[in-house]
Design a protein around this ligand. Structure first.
Ligand code: HEC
Length: 162
């Protein structure tokens, strides 16, 4: 029984990691990768969405395409949170041990951001600015599920930076 449970848990873990998983890569590389993706989220994808939400841009198709690119990037970031890439292995990571000890919560928080991001893309495709604005709040909340907004802030899954 235990064996089957373990096998099922492993299967879930590998589906999450994806077929092109980087689990064979060195831990330091994986930390580098996920930090790069995290750093790129705002400037590459969400900043332009924010401009539309604030009325500084009317580029709704841009919101839709950036939303789908952001979701892809987030899936890659998820793959880079492999076991054995915490602070004990790579001191410069800001990921807390909870990423691995509360794995289901971490994966749910990541899925939530992906789902909310996909939803803002759909709202943009429908051309409904009010729906985009409402959805934006949910996207921001989803980032907050793991860490605060300010760059040095901490949270459930990220250490605060001094
Ligand atoms: C599923 C949890 C999760 C979600 C959701 C999440 N992050 Fe992160 N983020 C992390 C973790 C963990 C780190 C620390 C990674 C590390 O240092 O290895 C991080 C780090 C960062 C960093 C700092 C990168 C660095 O070099 O230290 C930025 C910037 C960032 N996230 C932006 C965002 C933005 C913007 C969103 C929402 C659009 C978001 N994050 C959503 C977990 C998350």
């Amino acid at each position: 029984m235990t064996r089957y449970v373990c096998a099922a848990a492993l299967a879930v873990a590998f589906i999450f990691a994806g077929p092109t998983t980087g689990w064979s890569q060195a831990p330091a590389q994986l930390v580098e990768q996920r930090q790069e993706i995290m750093k790129s989220l705002w400037p590459a994808y969400y900043q332009e969405m924010a401009r539309v939400v604030r009325g500084q841009s009317t580029d709704m198709p841009g919101v839709a395409s950036r939303a789908s690119q952001a979701s892809e990037a987030l899936k890659k970031a998820g793959q880079a949170f492999a076991p054995g890439t915490g602070r004990d292995a790579v001191p410069k990571t800001r990921a807390t041990p909870a990423v691995w000890t509360q794995r289901a919560d971490f994966e749910a928080a990541l899925m939530r951001l992906i789902t909310e991001t996909d939803a803002i893309g759909s709202a943009a495709k429908s051309g409904n600015l009010d729906a985009v604005k409402a959805q934006w709040l949910k996207v921001a909340e989803a980032c907050g599920g793991c860490h605060g907004g300010p760059a040095k802030s901490g949270g459930k899954f990220r250490f605060e930076e001094p």
